[in-house]
Design a protein. Structure first.
Lengths: 287, 381
């Protein structure tokens, strides 16, 4: 009996060890660092004080950037949802023999480095990039449009990165829907739209909520698209953490910002769980 | 071990290798590859007897080092030089601090700026070189050695290697040379470049040029508020703050930006490729020098031998031609070729009079406060 109780833990122990060493311990390090001090040379001084947290809130600068990050994350979630549902639904309904190949296409961007994918927008949207070049050759515009180094360009980079996560989550959820339910709805008088609204959409919500949460969390912690595609004023909180840690060797303050971001995202996930139910995510993954 | 491998091979040929064993050996091979290669390889190689680690800027610079200094050095001494690369100084310093023991995984590094030398000394990563074992150090400009001696009077922990300037690059298709020269540093605040202006995201360079624009000595800024006001005004004009030399070159070559602060060597590269880019070194232009720094714990005999090899005129000149920054060699002691003499920032006198370098003590003491204030201005545009 005792052996049976231990067995799951024994089986789980490699994973738990990995999670503990690669996730819990580093996070604990960050938490400990957040209470330390930075010496004038850039070295760290062990201490226990809340000065780094107080510094974050001493004026509106850091909270403003944090709010900007959350705002961009919400916009990104919305755009990914709108852009992601349609292809996911198409894959679900498609009877084409190329369906698998089409789904594979969604995965292809993951085979290319994220940096390369982000940088490629410069060749497309730049002053001498493909789009401006084509429009000028066609005589649509006489001067190149300024399409890069603004929030729209940052969002484009983020969507390119995160859209596959949204599509795949929704698709997995849609795939789990018994198509007989749609037939039943149609036989009871529903038209296509009503069947979608009354059956497909509600049953796909677990995938939608999983995708939204994933996209939101990943956006809030990303720093490459703002760095490469953003202009002045488009920085997000991860960019500031990078600057504090790397630029000024202020590891304690950088850690404090990281902990604040972690707590905030933790609160959002908790609230999400409270009102939408985190178990919907598991349903989505189980299919 | 060899016998075990042979047994496994025979079992495989006989079709007697179970799926479980196959997975087990794959996992073992993966672990072995992970330990021998990847991040562990540099460390283990550097720790191996008869090798030393050198971290530099990569690209053409590393190639020049490899061909003209490292390979001949290995041939002459049998000591291998393990190449490492970094993208910028701050990231590298973070890696050095994060190594275990701090700095212990690194030996030599191509550091930028005397302020970096001061930072490494402040963090106690420095060593004490025996100059008598680096005879070629006598060929180096005394004016480039002096700043390091001021920080470590007892012994150098580095040898100066090259110098450069952060001046202003401008596209001559849009900005005439006469106009650029007339405006000087204020070109970066001229309305004609609004929306087509670039800058480096680094705090020091921006504050330096704002000091010049407001008529102040960058090494003794009296009215910092005027500097912040100038930078606030400029941020609204800037299209992109670049983060690397490659990005700088891409922005200029693609005409995304028409003017920016820029590193002299990178501009020289663009000019050599035929791009219509001019380089302006206004009065009190930001000059800097790079050195080869030796970390604490390094085998000094090997390091000194390598430094002497790197400072030998043939190696030093070849590296300078590759990276397009003038070497630290004194033109009055070494006959430098025309290719070096025409590089931006080259000083034929070797005295560097009129070149303004960042005062390391002044700038390092301001780093935390000014870097953060600069981030605030840039981020809330």
């Amino acid at each position: 009996m005792k052996e049976n109780k231990l067995r799951p833990w024994l089986l789980l122990s490699p994973s738990l060890t990995a999670v503990f060493l690669l996730l819990v311990v580093p996070v604990l390090f960050v938490v400990v660092y957040s209470f330390w001090l930075r010496a004038p040379t850039g070295a760290v001084i062990p201490a226990f004080q809340f000065g780094n947290y107080a510094r974050f809130f001493e004026d509106l600068f850091y909270p403003t950037i944090l709010f900007r990050t959350l705002r961009v994350a919400v916009i990104c979630v919305f755009l990914c949802l709108v852009m992601g549902y349609v292809p996911a639904y198409f894959f679900y309904r498609s009877k084409s023999r190329y369906r698998r190949a089409l789904i594979l296409l969604i995965m292809i961007p993951f085979w290319i480095s994220f940096i390369i994918r982000t940088m490629s927008w410069i060749n497309i949207l730049g002053t001498t990039g493909f789009l401006n070049h084509t429009l000028m050759r066609l005589g649509v515009i006489s001067e190149p449009l300024s399409l890069l180094y603004n929030e729209a360009a940052v969002l484009m980079g983020l969507i390119q990165y995160l859209l596959p996560f949204m599509i795949l989550n929704i698709f997995v959820s849609l795939e789990a829907i018994d198509k007989n339910l749609l037939e039943a709805a149609r036989s009871m008088g529903c038209n296509e739209w009503q069947a979608f609204k009354e059956v497909t959409l509600p049953l796909s919500l677990p995938g939608v909520s999983a995708g939204c949460l994933l996209v939101f969390v990943l956006t809030a912690g990303t720093y490459l698209p703002p760095m490469i595609l953003g202009g002045p004023g488009n920085e997000m909180i991860a960019n500031l953490i990078f600057k504090r840690v790397i630029g000024t060797l202020d590891w304690p303050f950088g850690s404090a910002i990281s902990v604040i971001l972690l707590l905030l995202l933790g609160c959002i996930v908790w609230t999400y769980n409270r009102y939408l139910g985190i178990n919907t995510l598991f349903k989505a993954f189980k299919g | 071990m060899k016998k075990q491998l042979k047994d496994v091979h025979e079992r495989h040929l006989a079709g007697d290798l179970s799926r479980r064993d196959f997975v087990k050996y794959c996992a073992l091979a993966g672990v072995a590859a992970g330990l021998v290669g990847g991040p562990f390889s540099m460390m283990s190689k550097a720790l191996a007897q008869g090798s030393i680690r050198f971290d530099g800027w990569g690209g053409t610079t590393s190639q020049a080092f490899r061909r003209h200094a490292f390979d001949p050095f290995t041939k002459a001494t049998g000591v291998r030089v393990i190449d490492g690369e970094f993208g910028d100084m701050d990231t590298y310093l973070t890696r050095v601090i994060a190594s275990f023991p701090p700095g212990g995984e690194f030996n030599l590094a191509h550091l930028s700026g005397v302020f970096d030398y001061a930072r490494y000394v402040g963090l106690e990563f420095h060593s004490a070189l025996d100059e008598s074992k680096i005879p070629n150090l006598a060929l180096v400009m005394e004016s480039m050695i002096t700043p390091y001696r001021k920080i470590t009077p007892n012994a150098l922990s580095a040898v100066p290697y090259n110098l450069g300037q952060t001046g202003i690059a401008y596209n001559t298709k849009y900005i005439p040379k006469e106009k650029a020269e007339e405006l000087g540093a204020s070109l970066l605040w001229d309305e004609s470049v609004r929306g087509n202006l670039g800058s480096w995201g680094e705090w020091r360079t921006n504050i330096w040029y704002a000091a010049l624009h407001t008529g102040q000595n960058p090494n003794d800024i009296q009215d910092i508020k005027a500097v912040w006001d100038a930078l606030r005004a400029q941020v609204a004009m800037v299209k992109k703050y670049w983060g690397s030399g490659a990005e700088l070159m891409s922005l200029l070559a693609g005409e995304e930006i028409h003017a920016t602060v820029a590193w002299s060597g990178r501009v020289a590269h663009l000019q050599s490729e035929g791009y219509p880019i001019g380089f302006l070194a206004p009065k009190n232009c930001y000059s800097w020098q790079e050195c080869i720094f030796v970390m604490k714990g390094t085998d000094l005999n090997v390091a000194q031998q390598l430094l002497d090899f790197m400072l030998a005129p043939e190696a030093s000149i070849a590296v300078a031609e590759g990276q397009m920054y003038p070497p630290s060699l004194d033109p009055s002691k070494v006959d430098l070729p025309e290719s070096i003499r025409k590089l931006p920032a080259f000083d034929p006198t070797g005295k560097l009079e009129g070149y303004l370098f960042a005062d390391p003590i002044y700038w390092n003491s301001k780093q935390v406060e000014w870097a953060e204030q600069w981030d605030r201005i840039m981020a809330t545009s």
